[in-house]
Design a protein around this ligand. Structure first.
Ligand SMILES: [Zn+2]
Length: 216
């Protein structure tokens, strides 16, 4: 099973990919996580990527494609995978087709997680962190008992720069501009299923399973 999950940041595709990769016995390949790990570790790739991240821009295609190519060569990916957050541009989609074709393979299904922008903003701007101990809260899904105060240590809660509404809106716009052509690309090839990402986790998972399991 070789599947790609597309959708804007905050659409919940990572949570679904994690669960379903286990259920299907395939590799969960999250290019965003791989990049964040590279940045945290300070590798050459990570340092290169950090500048783009800090500006809310996408990391260049050749960097991401090289990283993915390496990841697909690892043994756990030979039985199939869920790509989570890849491809994000047409150049990435075409590179993926080429990579798989070299092994006589194709992408079998592409699932798009559709969530309205107002809901994405609510999810993505709600995070608050404790200045003292770093504990994360979320105004909607995990609110502190007292507004603005850490449950654990009484420290002050704050919002990170990249969780602010204008930064988040910029990320969503970049995403939309770059990925809209991808949806057409996969729709034209009869590979695309759009799933409503707004229901509860179980309902969304059921819709994704129906989209993928009947077809591969
Ligand atoms: Zn605290």
């Amino acid at each position: 099973m070789r599947v790609a999950f597309l959708g804007p940041p905050g659409a919940g595709k990572g949570t679904q990919a994690q669960t379903l990769a286990r259920a299907w016995g395939v590799a969960h390949i999250a290019t965003g996580d791989m990049l964040r790990e590279a940045i945290a570790a300070g590798t050459p790739l990570g340092r290169q990527a950090k500048g783009y991240y800090d500006r809310g821009e996408l990391v260049p295609d050749d960097v991401i494609v090289g990283m993915l190519e390496e990841r697909l060569r690892r043994p756990d990916a030979s039985g199939g995978f869920i790509l989570d957050g890849f491809p994000r541009t047409m150049a990435q989609a075409e590179a993926l087709d080429r990579m798989l074709k070299d092994h006589g393979q194709t992408v079998e299904r592409v699932v798009f997680f559709s969530v309205p922008e107002t809901e994405l903003l609510r999810r993505l701007t709600g995070r608050r962190l404790c200045r003292t101990c770093g504990t994360p809260f979320h105004l909607v899904s995990a609110p502190p008992r007292k507004p603005g105060i850490c449950d654990r240590c009484g420290g002050e809660l704050y919002q990170r720069e990249d969780d602010r509404a204008d930064t988040v809106r910029n990320r969503l716009q970049v995403y939309e501009r770059q990925t809209a052509p991808l949806l057409d690309y996969y729709r034209d090839r009869n590979l695309l299923t759009s799933v409503e990402g707004t229901g509860d986790i179980g309902a969304v998972q059921g819709a994704v399973r129906r989209a993928v399991e009947g077809r591969s």
